[in-house]
Design a protein around this ligand. Structure first.
Ligand code: ATP
Ligand code: MG
Length: 359
């Protein structure tokens, strides 16, 4: 098996490394300032867990590497302007948007997009950072350096958020997980629920959208598509050319995790559709110190990233899967006792989801 070098050494790289281990795939997550000489770069397939990077000795070397999978797709998707242009070109529904280049545009923006405008930095935003929710009276609070560097979108009054994680092989074949339901608070993912039998029509719509995108780009590997659910169907919020937080439940809830799926795709290994036979719940651990009491709950699988705990920072996640929705709900309610109070809403949301879709 060829080794894999992952540009970026955060939790996604760490989990790719973990997924490679049982298959005998050596995965090297590398920080941007790593010495290229210390790595088996020439023999490796290169992937990334981040979407953009500055020029360093390492990234300069990788920019010429002929096995850097999807190399030229990252810049296109890392800029929200070119990402939205791609979706428009493919005629795929997104939140109505425009480039925000000048404060004089505001009257037109509100006339066109409605009373709530969401301003997003073209590059570098994550977990709701680099994003502003503005009504007409708030526009003066927007930093001046946003003009030209941001897009503005219509604030969507969605009934829910879902994401589709899928993968495309070198030969163009695509495989997908069931749609994942996601709860975000203040722009950060708090909890996900995935069910083995999603709404067939919505699943089909999402798969054909993501397949169209991956085919257009001649993409290889795992890609995630975040969507808003509106009465007309799905609106694409954004794309991530990598493994994604909303796919973390697949580590314990699918026959092939998204991390293994990505490695298989980029290494041109067999890529069957992952089998999902139980409901799964993922709870993100955000700014919370590790608590061994979580391990008392038999359905709880802890994934801890060994990062310094800081407010608002993703430091781990908990996965729960079981064939019985009742057992899952009971486990979640018991787990809530061992989590800070701000997790209660995410757990209640997951529980209603498990109940609602059980009919
Ligand atoms: P990520 O960490 O997923 O990359 P991000 O900070 O890049 O997130 P988005 O995914 O664009 O940003 O937005 C984060 C969340 O903010 C969304 O999941 C959604 O809850 C809310 N949001 C974003 N855009 C809109 C919109 N146009 N209308 C309503 N809510 C929105
Ligand atoms: Mg997002």
């Amino acid at each position: 098996m060829k080794p894999v070098c992952v540009l970026g050494n955060g939790q996604l790289g760490r989990m790719l490394r973990q997924a490679g281990e049982p298959l005998g795939i050596a995965v090297y997550p590398v920080g941007l300032d790593a010495e290229p000489e210390a790595l088996p770069i020439q023999q490796s397939v290169i992937t990334a867990e981040i979407e953009r990077w500055p020029e360093t000795a390492l990234t300069r070397e990788l920019s010429h590497h002929n096995a850097f999978v999807n190399r030229d797709i990252f810049p296109l998707l890392a800029d929200r302007l070119t990402q939205k242009q791609l979706l428009d070109r493919l005629n795929l529904a997104t939140a109505p948007w425009q480039l925000l280049s000048d404060a004089a545009q505001w009257p037109d923006v509100f006339a066109r997009l409605g009373e709530l405008a969401i301003v997003k930095r073209r590059t570098g935003g994550y977990d709701g950072r680099g994003q502003w929710r503005l009504r007409q009276n708030d526009v003066a609070s927007l930093p001046a350096d946003c003009y030209g560097e941001c897009i503005v979108e219509q604030g969507i009054n969605f009934s829910g958020e879902v994401s589709l994680v899928g993968a495309r092989a070198h030969d163009g074949r695509t495989v997908f997980y069931p749609l994942t339901h996601n709860l975000h608070q203040d722009g950060i993912l708090r909890a996900s629920v995935a069910l083995p039998t999603p709404d067939a029509e919505r699943q089909q719509q999402a798969e054909s959208m993501l397949a169209a995108i991956m085919n257009e780009l001649d993409y290889v590997g795992v890609m995630a598509m975040e969507c808003f659910v509106v009465p007309e169907g799905l609106l694409i919020n954004e794309l991530a050319p990598r493994v994604h937080n909303s796919g973390h439940w697949t580590q314990n809830g699918a026959s092939i995790s998204q991390f293994e799926l990505h490695l298989r795709a980029i290494l041109d290994l067999p890529l069957p559709a992952p089998v999902v036979s139980t409901p799964s719940v993922m709870i993100n651990l955000i700014g919370t110190a590790v608590n061994l009491a979580w391990l008392e709950h038999p359905l709880v699988r802890l994934h801890w990233y060994e990062k310094e705990v800081r407010p608002g920072r993703k430091v781990g996640h908990l996965n729960l899967c079981d064939t019985s929705r009742e057992s899952l709900q009971q486990a979640l309610s018991a787990l809530a006792q061992d989590l800070p109070a701000d997790y209660a809403e995410g757990i209640a949301w997951a529980n209603t989801h498990l109940k609602k879709d059980s009919a």
